[in-house]
Design a protein around this ligand. Structure first.
Ligand code: NAD
Length: 278
């Protein structure tokens, strides 16, 4: 099985991550093994899962049966909110479900500031990274103040912050803070989760016509051209192929600016300040 020509992005800890992968949030139970197998056959080598997606075991089975050498794959999973005070055990349970002896990236899924447990969880992730069982560690849905606390208290900078980010919600101040500290941005919901008319916006459609690409490819190209890491979710093999064809064309400055102007200033997903699901 041949890997797609997807560039790597350097992380602040000296490791690298493929700039494009497949996300498996809301992949239906019983479908994830087939979906990940399709992705690996298509040439994807980066899979983004999480404890709460309840498909780590299926992701692991697809990886095992692919025969692809472990060091050619990049696997991310995440610590669920109710496990922040038992991160070491929760991590072992994720590894068991995945059937792996290490992951490439382990993330704290949400900051949950109302519980004040994320700093302790971060200290556990630092130990996990020191043990070599997570090659890189990072966070998800962290705001500037959440990141600042980790930096002030531990001095260990997360390799990534995985946040809701798409043309309608661009998180510019947070992005600047992350850039200053060398924290790579992973954009979740890169296509706005299929919940908006983003792919029908004239600015996106016009660029699609010029470049003879699909609107989804234009939006994904807008992300990667700014150095972000993306893992659009699809269960359809032909869309896996489509979503990976981003690295052989360039949007003009005018096209980038037109898409930048789609900012709505509000998130579509949960507010990380108040999101409290355990
Ligand atoms: P997304 O923006 O990737 O949207 C997925 C939807 O877009 C699909 O269901 C499909 O309807 C549509 N789509 C995909 N390819 C398309 C194409 N080529 N043309 C037209 N429509 C297309 O949203 P997402 O799945 O929420 O985000 C991607 C990944 O990010 C997830 O699978 C998950 O791994 C991660 N994620 C993380 C968090 C977090 O809190 N850390 C939250 C949500 C998602």
């Amino acid at each position: 099985m041949t890997a797609l020509p997807i560039p790597n992005t350097a992380l602040n800890d000296g490791n690298e991550i493929p700039q494009l992968g497949l996300g498996v949030f809301l992949v239906e139970p019983g479908e994830a093994e087939r979906v990940v197998t399709d992705a690996l056959e298509t040439g994807y080598r980066h899979i983004d899962t999480a404890r709460i997606y309840e498909n780590e075991a299926e992701v692991g089975r697809a990886i095992a049966s692919s025969g692809i050498p472990r060091d050619e794959l990049f696997v991310t999973t995440k610590l669920w909110n109710s496990d922040q005070t038992r991160a070491g055990e929760a991590f072992e349970e994720s590894l068991d479900r995945l059937g792996l002896d290490r992951v490439d990236l382990y993330l704290i899924h949400w900051p949950q500031p109302m519980y004040g447990e994320a700093l302790g969880a971060w200290r556990s992730l630092i130990e996990i990274a020191e043990s070599g069982r997570a090659t890189s560690i990072g966070v998800s849905n962290f705001e500037i103040e959440d990141l600042q606390q980790l930096l002030d208290e531990t001095g260990v900078v997360p390799a990534v912050n995985q946040i809701e980010l798409h043309p309608l919600h661009q998180r510019r101040a947070l992005g600047e803070f992350c850039a200053e500290h060398g924290i790579a941005i992973e954009a979740w919901g890169p296509l706005s989760q299929g919940k908006t008319d983003l792919l029908e916006r004239p600015e996106v459609v016009a660029a699609a016509e010029v470049h003879e690409r699909t609107p989804a490819q234009i939006v994904l190209r807008w992300h990667v051209q700014q150095g972000r890491i993306v893992f659009p979710k699809t269960q359809r093999r032909e869309r896996m192929v489509e979503n990976a064809q981003l690295f052989d064309f360039t949007l003009s400055d005018a096209e980038m600016t037109a898409i930048d102007a789609l900012e709505l200033g509000t998130n579509l997903g949960p507010d990380p300040r108040t999101f409290d699901v355990r």
